[in-house]
Design a protein around this ligand. Sequence first.
Ligand code: CAA
Length: 257
Amino acid sequence: MAHEMILTETRGPVALITLNRPKALNALCDQLMRELGEALLAYDADPAVAAIVITGNEKAFAAGADIKEMQARTYPAVLQNDFIAPWETVLRVKKPVIAAVAGFALGGGCELAMMCDMILAADTAKFGQPEINLGVIPGAGGTQRFTRAVGKSKAMEMVLTGRMMGAEEAERANLVARVVPAAELVAEALKVGEKLATLSATALVVAKDSVNAAFETTLTEGVKTERRLFLSLFATEDQKEGMAAFAEKRKANFRNR
Ligand code: CAA
């Protein structure tokens, strides 16, 4: 894949997408987000890829939407062309997507990380929704996903004051799955991807759907959805293989059927 603002590579069964606009702290301009969306859909369609890691560099995962690109935009123009809409391509990916965050994840950068299925944070990571300093508010899910992750009081503090939080606070607040030393961040994210590659891709799609349903519905409906999805997996060969492998004390060989 030829791109200017991202780097793409595969490490075994895991695709690694590196946001690559270091001089602008990976500010998320239209071109970068278009390239990211293209790469995500291509990897989602590639049967050799089991999971996708999105990362930045040591200074920034991404310092937000590109302020200089947004600066002159008018209300009629953005109403007719919602430039944030293409960002949501990541939500269409069926395979697991891991955000590996070092340095700044601010504004749209934090929102992009929160759209991924899980966030692994380097001990250098700094999260925040500083849009208020620009006279606006988060526009790619920050007020919603941040609040669901950390609760009202902390979300209000972050969104209203624009304060940044470090990796440890982010882990305490349940914004991130885990904090790892910065030097090990990408290796650790790839390791999670490799683990996922040994599992049933079918079960992973269903697991992702079921966890996501928790954010969209009531507990009763969510549990009903989960039950239907759980029972549906008894129609797969992977369920037979997984349970047979356990009973026979061997490693399962899932064939994604
Ligand atoms: N957009 C465009 N350019 C950006 C940028 C952004 N979000 N963030 C950083 N840059 C650019 C800077 O303009 C600078 O470029 P020049 O060298 O050409 O001047 C370069 O990246 C390096 O940045 P700094 O010199 O500012 O680096 P620093 O280490 O002193 O500060 C920082 C780092 C605190 C992250 C600071 O860059 C900053 O505050 N950035 C903006 C953060 C922000 O407000 N993000 C929210 C954007 S709005 C949004 O995301 C809307 C939404 O919800 C979708």
